[in-house]
Design a protein around this ligand. Structure first.
Ligand code: SDX
Length: 428
């Protein structure tokens, strides 16, 4: 196959090298385009533009393939645990038993928050969205740990990574507890990562709280499924912010804000609100789909569509199965799941969606599970952020280790006013 492409501009012809990845993906290297031709490229939304070469996650949108460090998501979902997946993404290999025990032990010992965080959360309005609270709290970590902010210091970076992974579930739970006026709950070192989060979310000082193992397992699975997804919006945000050499906490705080958007991670909250609206307004799923097709922005079929997956989202298949399993085990019957299944069936047969290659994505069924295990809708995206954290960290670290690393600074095509003089106010 060709290893370069010819570009003819006027009477100039240049060769652009073609780079090929380990899975056969090919890309034009345009890093010398402007210096050779004076031209830049334009690609709103970066649908055709690679920002980096990465060895962390591979997605094939046509075949519905997702692999973390080469391992299929289906195998990790069945056999791994979230902290083992975090280790895999960040360190590039599965840990040995000893490495995993040390990793889990270290993270467990960092789950407590500085006591001043109690007044931090106490200062927030009761109705503060958990994503706002989490991005603020993660950003504030850089004020509590000024000794570990240097992105180029291995030791400082390692402790920051462990603190982040350990403390984010605590922060998310604090945001929730503060919003319902309940005491903030300390983490417990005898619980797993997922169980500890559920404990901090739902325990109270008044009585013993036992985490249902069914819930513990499905939450761990959901965290695995959300752990990384190559150069999505929030990951690209973490990379771009991190490229300025700011610390990891500030970079992840920016990523949390990007994830919050309804076109991205915020969609999981929008999906459950959409399902509840259909249930409560008594409209049929067909009526809703017709509104979505008509381009009614209040009726966009949330949880459908994806920039990369044009066939199916492998994560959705796993989550949909888990939905049925968990609701049956918990003895929960919910109209929301029935509505979701109906919407999927109608949309997948409708030319509007088929022609645009719109399929259910990771957010379509996840909220049904979060709802069934008792989490409020405004916490769904915060749980997505807990899952995505190791991916953000791995991608940020890979960027810093990349020999081609430099600050991200895109160009533009200027379309504004040509040169004009300042007009004194008396002459305007
Ligand atoms: C995530 O990038 C990632 O990997 C993200 C993610 C991750 O793990 O990090 O996978 C997580 O963010 C999943 C996506 C969650 N968002 C939603 O579910 C929100 C609903 N979906 C969309 O808004 C949309 O599909 C996007 C944002 C996901 C993708 O947008 P694109 O690729 O820019 O596609 P588009 O908006 O240009 O849509 C193409 C066409 C348009 O119609 P036409 O202008 O061609 O007539 O499809 C239509 C859109 O109007 N369309 C929809 C639709 N999504 C797209 N129509 C109805 N319902 C929808 N959900």
């Amino acid at each position: 196959m060709a290893d370069s492409a010819e570009l003819r501009v006027g009477d100039q012809t240049i060769n652009l090298p073609i780079i090929e990845g380990s899975e056969g993906e090919r890309g034009l290297d345009i890093s010398k385009l402007r210096s050779q031709t004076g031209l830049i490229t334009l690609d709103p939304g970066y649908g055709n533009t690679g920002s980096c070469q990465s060895a962390i996650t591979f997605i094939d949108g046509e075949k519905g393939i997702l692999r973390y460090r080469g391992i299929p998501i289906e195998q990790l979902a069945e056999k791994s645990t979230f902290l083992e997946v975090a280790y895999l993404l960040i360190h590039g290999k599965l840990p040995t038993q000893a490495e995993l025990e040390e990793y889990v032990g270290s993270i467990t010992l960092h789950t407590m928050l500085h006591e001043d965080f109690r007044s931090f959360f106490g200062a927030l309005p009761k109705d503060a969205h958990p994503m706002a609270a989490c991005s603020a709290a993660v950003g504030a970590l850089s004020t509590f740990y000024p000794d570990s902010l240097d992105p180029s210091d291995e030791r400082q970076l390692e402790i920051s990574i462990h603190r982040l992974i350990a403390k984010m579930p605590n922060m998310a739970a604090c945001a929730y507890k503060h919003s319902i006026g309940q005491p903030l709950i300390y983490p417990r070192n005898d619980l797993s990562y997922a169980a500890n989060f559920m404990h901090m979310m739902f325990a109270t000082p008044c009585e013993h709280y036992e985490v249902d193992p069914v819930i513990e397992k499905v939450l761990d699975l959901l965290l695995i499924l959300h752990a990384d997804h190559e150069q999505n919006c929030s990951t690209s945000t973490v990379r771009l912010v991190g490229s300025s050499m700011v610390n990891l906490f500030a970079s992840v705080s920016a990523g949390i804000n990007a994830l919050w958007g309804r076109s991205h991670g915020g969609a999981n909250q929008e999906v459950i609100e959409m399902l509840a609206r259909i249930r409560d307004e008594g409209i049929t799923t067909k009526q809703f789909v017709d509104r979505a097709k008509a381009g009614d922005d209040n009726a966009r079929l949330m949880g459908f569509g994806h920039r990369v997956y044009k066939n199916f989202d492998p994560r959705m298949k796993i989550i949909k199965k888990a939905c049925f399993d968990v609701l049956e085990k918990l003895g929960v019957r919910t109209k929301l799941l029935e509505i979701a299944v109906e919407l999927e069936e109608i949309a997948l047969k409708d030319d509007y969606f088929v022609e645009r290659k719109l399929y259910p994505n990771v957010d379509f069924y996840s909220g049904v599970i979060y709802n069934a295990i008792g989490t409020p809708a405004n916490m769904f995206t915060a749980i997505f952020a807990l899952g995505r954290l190791p991916g953000w960290i791995a991608q940020w670290s890979e960027m810093h280790d990349d020999p081609a690393f430099k600050i991200g600074r895109p160009r533009q095509i200027y379309t504004g006013e040509t040169m004009s003089d300042y007009v004194p106010i008396e002459k305007r």
